[in-house]
Design a protein around this ligand. Sequence first.
Ligand code: FAD
Length: 264
Amino acid sequence: MEIVHPNSIDEALAGLGDGAIPLAGGTDLMVEVNFGHIRPERVIGLRRLAELKEWDGQRIGAGVTWRRIETHGPKALAEAARTVGSPQIRNAGTIGGNLGTASPAGDGHPFLAAVGASIELASTASQRTLTWQEFFTGVKETARRPDELIMAVHLPAGLPERQCFGKIGIRNAMVIATVCAVVTRADDGKTTVALGSVAPTPIRATGAENMISSIGHPSAGDLVEFQRLVSEEVRPITDHRSTEEYRRHGAGVLARRLLERCLS
Ligand SMILES: Cc1cc2nc3c(=O)[nH]c(=O)nc-3n(C[C@H](O)[C@H](O)[C@H](O)COP(=O)(O)OP(=O)(O)OC[C@H]3O[C@@H](n4cnc5c(N)ncnc54)[C@H](O)[C@@H]3O)c2cc1C
């Protein structure tokens, strides 16, 4: 395995394609290599690329670590960052790597879906920005082409102050999500609900969003109906981490509790 350490974005982009794979923190990629699931011929190390670590207002560079997001990110994204692995993992792992892997359980994804973020990609030939819906195409699949780098995440301006992340797992720390979710609530009542680990890609529960957004002061009954709609809208599977039924129930309960936190 050849390892290349480019000093500029142009150099990195020129090295991509032909079986070369980008390496950021390595907390996903090296697990795959160690288990023998992949044998890349060439690895393009991204750590020297200062541009990927830039964080300019609403634009978060792909190389920004969870450690930085934990301390400086918007509230719900910072809450998500705090649950990613251990301090060692958060010091190395990046938001770009989380997107590159595109695991359905990626803890960064519900926030991006809840606020309507977009993802900036670049190759030697082009630069493009995709909505989060365009970017995630399936389980561990994205619209990124092999010759492209994820450059940054773009957040919209004016994020709602009331925003909460939550995660259900088999223990409290170092756990991959059985369900994870973000709820945001704006001053005019507009509510967004995005969930991870309950479908091949992150999803928004739009029926639940529409129902609760139209109610200024939701009653206990409205919250129960919101929970029911979220549970109905998710598309979980049964796997080694959970049954479909548990995920469906957990998604509704988690979303309702996060909404209650936003409303309190
Ligand atoms: C012990 C442990 C616990 C973990 N816990 C969690 C958890 O709780 N929640 C969670 O979401 N994740 C968790 N992870 C997974 C991982 O830490 C995160 O997904 C992390 O964000 C990956 O970032 P990275 O920089 O290490 O990516 P890497 O491993 O370097 O790369 C991951 C993938 O993205 C690609 N890639 C990286 N950067 C770019 C780029 N700029 N452009 C294009 N492609 C790119 C790589 O080629 C690779 O395919 C855990 C991992 C471990 C080992």
